[in-house]
Design a protein around this ligand. Structure first.
Ligand code: GDP
Length: 355
């Protein structure tokens, strides 16, 4: 691994656009990516240069093999400088106030002199290429804050693929000096598990209902949460929020003590009115102190690394398998055989796997 900060190399041979034609700009952007060395990227990222950080993330997200090769070199160079942040996962159903909360929390962090990077894992992005953070205008103030970096979700063909890119983006953001990384996801099930496998602290945003708070939340998600924050505790909602807090607290106490020795907490907040934000910050700080003291923090990160090693191997094996021409042909043939009742799914799979 490259422990030294590499020498800065000048970007050469980039000619100025002669026309404002969009295609010409695109071409120049592409050729810049080609000629900027990995060493330049690494040096610029370590300086905290945001345009280079963004471009490096674009390389990480690219499916082009040359881009991927460069991305891997950049990642390797950045890795010794990563790992120094607090990684927070935030989930909740659409409309619960995730963007509003992240805006309030992010501003609170930057007001304390911290640098916050916000990334997203959007399970739906693979379907309609949208992104939960795609609409950056929802974080109007944070987006102009020089100590905040907001990156919409990578798109991809699978949640695993998107997640891997987000994991790598975390490394780049940390190397660029971001000390808090927030990973946002929509509360739909599998994506929370994926996010939990890459963060230190997992925060579930909820709304107060009329005493039926526990309905509709999967047990697994409550079990994963290190804190539940009841958002929109303002106006007419205040009383309901108090009732919800009691109900959630009771529910959390039903679970056995976590390996982290942390007792998950329930807090109330109003992201819109900036209320309860400092309490959440203090809570996360106390979690980090406790788990660093009892070493759970490091153990969890090691386990996460092992998890991602295996997940990456699985993903790569699968990708290589399906990319194989012979496999594609055999698969098409066996599907026809299946339709004509000439084979069974099991036999067809066995035959294709033998290729
Ligand atoms: P997301 O879909 O989870 O990202 O939710 P948004 O942050 O976009 O918020 C959804 C709606 O809830 C918006 O109209 C927000 O203004 C509103 N909202 C967010 N937080 C609060 C809050 O603390 N109190 C109130 N009253 N409204 C809020």
């Amino acid at each position: 691994m490259n422990k030294k900060t590499p020498a800065l190399q000048e970007v050469k041979g980039v000619s100025k656009p002669e026309t404002t034609n969009k295609n010409a700009f695109e071409k120049i952007k592409k050729s810049r990516a080609k000629i900027t060395s990995a060493a330049t990227f690494i040096a610029k990222i370590l300086e905290g240069n945001i345009p280079f950080l963004s471009r490096a993330i674009t390389l990480v997200e690219s499916t082009n093999s040359r881009h991927q090769e460069k991305a891997n070199q950049i990642l390797e160079g950045c890795l010794p400088f990563a790992n120094k942040s607090v990684r927070i996962g935030i989930t909740g159903v659409p409309g619960v106030g995730k963007s509003t909360f992240i805006e309030a929390y992010g501003k609170y962090l930057t007001s304390k002199g911290k640098k916050v990077a916000i990334l997203a894992i959007d399970p739906s992005s693979s379907v309609h290429k949208g992104a939960i953070l795609g609409d950056k205008t929802r974080m109007e103030e944070l987006v102009t804050d020089t100590n905040a970096f907001i990156r919409p979700s990578a798109s991809g063909t699978s949640l695993g693929g998107v997640a891997q890119k987000t994991r790598e983006s975390i490394i780049l953001c940390e190397a660029a000096g971001f000390d808090t990384i927030i990973i946002e996801t929509v509360g739909v099930g599998q994506s929370e598990i994926t996010v939990n496998a890459m963060v230190d602290f997992f925060l579930l945003l909820k709304l107060a209902g009329a005493g039926d708070e526990l309905q509709g939340i999967k047990r697994g998600i409550i079990e994963m949460a290190d804190a539940i924050v009841i958002n929109k505790t303002d106006g007419d909602n205040i009383e309901n929020a108090k009732i919800a807090k009691v109900a959630f607290n009771r529910a959390l106490h039903l679970y056995p003590i976590k390996e982290s020795k942390w007792q998950p907490k329930v807090l109330t907040a109003s992201a819109l009115q900036n209320k309860g934000i400092a309490d959440i910050y203090n809570l996360i700080e106390s979690y980090i102190s406790l788990t660093k003291e009892n070493h759970y923090f490091y153990k969890k990160r090691n386990e996460q690394n092992k998890f991602w090693l295996l997940a990456t191997i699985e993903q790569q094996l699968k990708d290589n398998f399906y990319k194989n021409q012979k496999v594609q042909e055999a698969l098409a043939e066996e599907i026809i055989n299946l339709e004509n009742s000439k084979t069974t799914p099991f036999n067809a799979a066995k035959k294709i796997l033998k290729l």
